[in-house]
Design a protein around this ligand. Structure first.
Ligand code: NAD
Length: 399
């Protein structure tokens, strides 16, 4: 019998990824005890797929938390619900909560989540899973050992909006920089249509530069450069990954995944975005070169599901084998990502460099949108992820 029980809030794509991750922790110390989703089909399909008894599938997540009293809670809902659900879960005092990225919509929300968890003695984790890729962990060790000299700049370039996609890469950059504290952020955003992502306004493009005391900078290129192409093509975007430029060399990280026909199936839970196992079955790619390597050197390490490794760290902290402060996905590390993204928006709002710590607790992009400071050229709000929503609504927040 498993030692701990987790309860999963929101049974969509990422809820499935979390469930597989717990099942993948060596020794299976955590069982999926209960689930909650407002949509009856999502509850039933998820419950049947992961073997959760019908009486442990809830429409109201608060009722689930009160009835089940789980050791761990997984918050797998859309961005707008992360703070509310994390705070509600913390009030029931589980041992740990693992919440999806982005941590929150604003620094104020992130701080509320931290406060709620601290006052209830709950360890909070933010699911930026990719630093747990085996090859990327090895890459970090090589950077720390000076394989490319001192880091001058980390460059990230994913498409999409910063909260959704480059939030991962900002987390990766901070991890590669040894969790160095950022000092300032300068940024710009473009928003020509009234685009929303998972219930909140987002930007079309952004550009940011983050400064660190060591002299390193992080360059954030959001939906600005590149596309698909062969490795080595300068027009090819790394996407999920980063390019680290050092005084003595360069290191690159990106991801790969099996072709769709090789992915584990979602069975009856099928959704338009394809099998959720694309996240569990993903791998990290990494390579570096320096004056001494004579060309690119591939970084190898045996594959594991990076999500399962993230969950394993949660268990290691529960059992005293790892300090919470040293856990890669601890919420303090997630907060820094939030602070950088909000400072980028604040820099665009105030048209100046923003020295950290950031004092603005609101979401400056949402403020600019609400105040008309970012007038759209083509009016009319639309939700980028509307096709994930079942029923008549165009957002989960309308249902
Ligand atoms: N870490 C990653 O690589 C990664 C990848 C994809 C998505 N995500 C994140 O995961 C989160 C969820 O995204 P998704 O793609 O799984 O969404 P999804 O649309 O597939 O699933 C959302 C689920 O939430 C349910 N829901 C809505 N309101 C609810 C409520 N009040 N109580 C309980 N359930 C409710 C819906 O019925 C739906 O089943 C997002 O914040 C996204 O950023 C992270």
């Amino acid at each position: 019998m498993a030692k701990y029980r987790t309860a999963i809030i929101a049974c969509g794509t990422i809820g499935r990824v979390h469930a597989r991750a717990w099942q993948g922790v060596p020794g299976a110390p955590v069982e999926i005890g209960a689930c909650a989703d407002t949509h009856p089909d999502a509850r039933r399909e998820f419950g049947e797929f992961f073997g959760i008894a019908p009486e442990r599938r809830y429409a109201d997540y608060r009722e689930m938390l009160d009835q089940e009293r789980p050791d761990v809670v997984d918050v797998c809902s859309w961005h707008r619900q992360h703070a509310e659900m994390t705070i509600a879960a913390a009030a029931r005092k589980p041992k740990a909560i693992i919440c999806q990225k982005p941590m929150a919509l604003s620094l104020g929300e992130a701080d509320d989540m931290l406060t709620a968890c601290e006052r209830n003695g709950v360890k909070l984790y933010i699911a930026f899973q990719r630093p747990h890729h085996a090859t990327w962990a090895r890459a970090r060790e090589l950077v720390a050992a000076g394989a490319i000299g001192k880091v001058l700049q980390v460059v990230i370039d994913d498409g999409g909006n910063v909260l959704n996609t480059n939030s991962h890469n900002i987390r990766l950059a901070l991890h590669l920089l040894g969790e160095e504290t950022p000092q300032w952020v300068m940024g710009a955003v473009e928003r020509t249509t009234d685009v929303m992502e998972r219930g909140i306004p987002c930007e079309d493009r952004c550009l940011g530069l983050v400064g660190f005391d060591s002299g390193a900078t992080l360059l954030i290129q959001g939906e600005l450069v590149g596309g698909r192409g062969p490795v080595g093509d300068p027009r090819r975007r790394l996407g999920q990954g980063a390019r680290v430029i050092g005084t003595e060399g360069i290191l690159e990280l990106w991801t790969g995944r099996p072709s769709d026909d090789l992915l584990r199936s979602d069975g009856d839970m099928a959704q338009p975005e394809g099998s959720s196992a694309k996240y569990n079955d993903e791998w990290g790619v990494a390579r570096y070169m320096s004056a001494t390597t004579g060309g690119w050197v591939d970084i190898d390490a045996p594959w594991h599901d990076c999500w399962a490794r993230q969950c394993e760290q949660v268990v290691d902290v529960l059992e005293g084998r790892l300090d919470y402060a040293s856990a890669t996905s601890n919420a303090r590390n997630g907060r820094v990502v939030t602070e950088i993204m909000m400072a980028l928006f604040e820099s665009a709002r105030r048209r100046r460099r923003i020295d950290l710590p950031l004092r603005t607790k609101a979401n400056p992009l949402a403020l600019m949108v609400a105040n008309g400071d970012l007038p759209v050229e083509w009016p009319g709000a639309y939700e980028r992820r509307a096709r994930l929503v079942r029923g008549e609504g165009m957002s989960w927040h309308e249902n």
